[in-house]
Design a protein around this ligand. Structure first.
Ligand code: FES
Ligand SMILES: [Fe+2]
Length: 443
């Protein structure tokens, strides 16, 4: 991006426009890899996925394969999942339990803290000079967690995770910290590849309840969701620092028909013990939380079932970019450990039917995301000079919505979820990051 283009992009974003060429531009994609995915906190997994010493999962931080495992002391570490000998992928399974990891290529073996403990034919072939201590697995530079959510960062100088999450912690406390014992992931994360750009999918969850009444029209026809086209607008859209945001969706009355998202009444005193008055106020009225942690972790806490018999389910998802127009979607279903097994099962079924890989709502969304990239790759849409007015529209709530000072949670809360405030804030932060050291040189 040259200085002229950068200036123009800045101006356009200020006006609530997003130049369409930036959606799938390969050069932009490269900048995102280096300036965003190598510098921000990326979700790796939940602590409940590695319960016992030796438990491990393999994950991806953008293009870097990660091996996360629990050691004998109960600590969780994350390493580059690449053998120090010739660099092949060390662990090839998705998850499991092992005392040590042996490389499939030449058989080098590493223990649970990543030390190289076995070299086939050892000194006989490598001589005395090679010190095994120098050839352990390479640690992910920073690994930190909040409410059981483990994130990694490739930048050793990054700000601490908690500071990065900022106000989002307050909302994580409601979704993840309301029950004694916290949450657990059920099963392995669902994973599939879709034609889409990661910015558009992140935006869809973090910032776009407006699509619900059209894209998910079939749910209205099946009487799973209300007929009122404004139904996903009621509540607040809350903008936070660093491109994070959440929609706290309620109802026309501002209340929910199912207190605490339909969680069983015997759990209420526990919520009331673990959360503050303000958090309880939000939690008792919310129907859906839907939002995102920049860059590409999204979540939705919703309810499925019939009226009076609704079951809450929460899923976190990562939109891992694998190209400018392709993502790998990872979805973790989570539920309160303290919920009785029978309710967990009902909740899980609700999740599978809606937001699992074969869920109805999931399929509606994926269609649209593919169509965005398909329609953004031609000459007109890709023109960097914007000669064809090729900007897309983020003008909802641009100059007609003021923050609601009375909202009890942190962040800047707007009194409608049909607004582009979070999307605009994501774009602003995104541009700040991708142009980080470009500014002085070019502009
Ligand atoms: S590449 Fe792993 S032992 Fe050679
Ligand atoms: Fe959707």
């Amino acid at each position: 991006m040259n200085a002229e283009e950068l200036k123009q992009v800045k101006e356009q974003l200020k006006e609530g426009h997003f130049p369409q060429w930036m959606v799938t531009d390969p050069e932009i994609y490269k900048l995102e890899q280096n300036k965003i995915f190598a510098k921000t906190w990326l979700f790796i997994g939940h602590e409940s996925e590695v319960k016992e010493p030796g438990d491990y999962v393999t994950r991806m931080m953008a293009d870097d394969p990660v091996l996360m495992m629990k050691n004998k002391k109960g600590e969780i570490n994350a390493f580059l999942n690449s053998c120090s000998h010739r660099g092949t992928r060390l662990c090839t399974e998705d998850y499991g339990n092992k005392k040590a990891h042996s490389c499939p290529y030449h058989g080098w073996t590493y223990n649970l803290v990543g030390d190289l403990i076995g070299v086939v034919a050892g000194n006989k072939v490598f001589g005395e000079k090679m010190d095994k201590g120098d050839w352990g697995l390479r640690s992910i530079p920073r690994v930190e967690s909040y409410q059981g959510m483990i994130f990694g960062n490739l930048d050793p100088d990054a700000i601490p995770l908690e500071e990065y999450l900022g106000d989002m912690k307050w909302y994580f406390d409601i979704m993840l910290g309301r029950s004694d014992g916290g949450m657990e992931v059920r099963g392995a994360p669902h994973r599939w590849v879709a034609k889409a750009n990661w910015k558009m999918t992140s935006e869809n969850f973090a910032a776009d309840p407006y699509h619900v009444q059209t894209t998910h029209r079939s749910a209205v026809e099946l009487e799973l969701t209300p007929k009122d086209p404004m139904y996903a607008s009621y509540g607040h859209q809350v903008v936070m620092n660093n491109g994070h945001g959440i929609n706290v969706i309620t109802s026309p009355t501002g209340e929910s028909a199912n207190k605490y998202q339909g969680m069983p009444e015997h759990m209420w005193p526990m919520f009331e013990k673990n959360l503050t008055q303000e958090q309880l106020d939000v939690f008792s009225k919310v129907t859906n939380f839907v939002g995102g942690v920049f860059p590409h972790l999204s979540f939705i806490s919703t309810q499925s079932g019939t009226e009076g018999n609704k079951h809450n389910h929460l899923n976190f998802r990562v939109w891992r970019p694998i190209g400018p127009d392709k993502i790998e979607i990872w979805v973790w279903y989570m539920i309160d450990k303290a919920l009785p097994e029978e309710d967990k099962e009902k909740s899980y079924r609700g999740f599978l039917n809606t937001f699992g890989a074969g869920g109805t709502l999931e399929q509606d969304d994926t269609e649209n995301w593919a169509r965005i990239v398909e329609a953004s790759q031609g000459k007109m849409a890709r023109d960097r000079g914007l000669n064809y007015d090729n900007v897309i529209n983020y003008l909802m709530g641009f100059d007609n919505l003021e923050p609601d000072e009375n909202f009890p949670g942190p962040g800047v809360a707007y009194p409608s979820c049909y607004t582009d405030h979070i999307a605009r804030s994501m774009h602003k932060y995104w541009l700040e990051l991708i142009t980080a050291d470009m500014e002085e040189e070019n502009v």
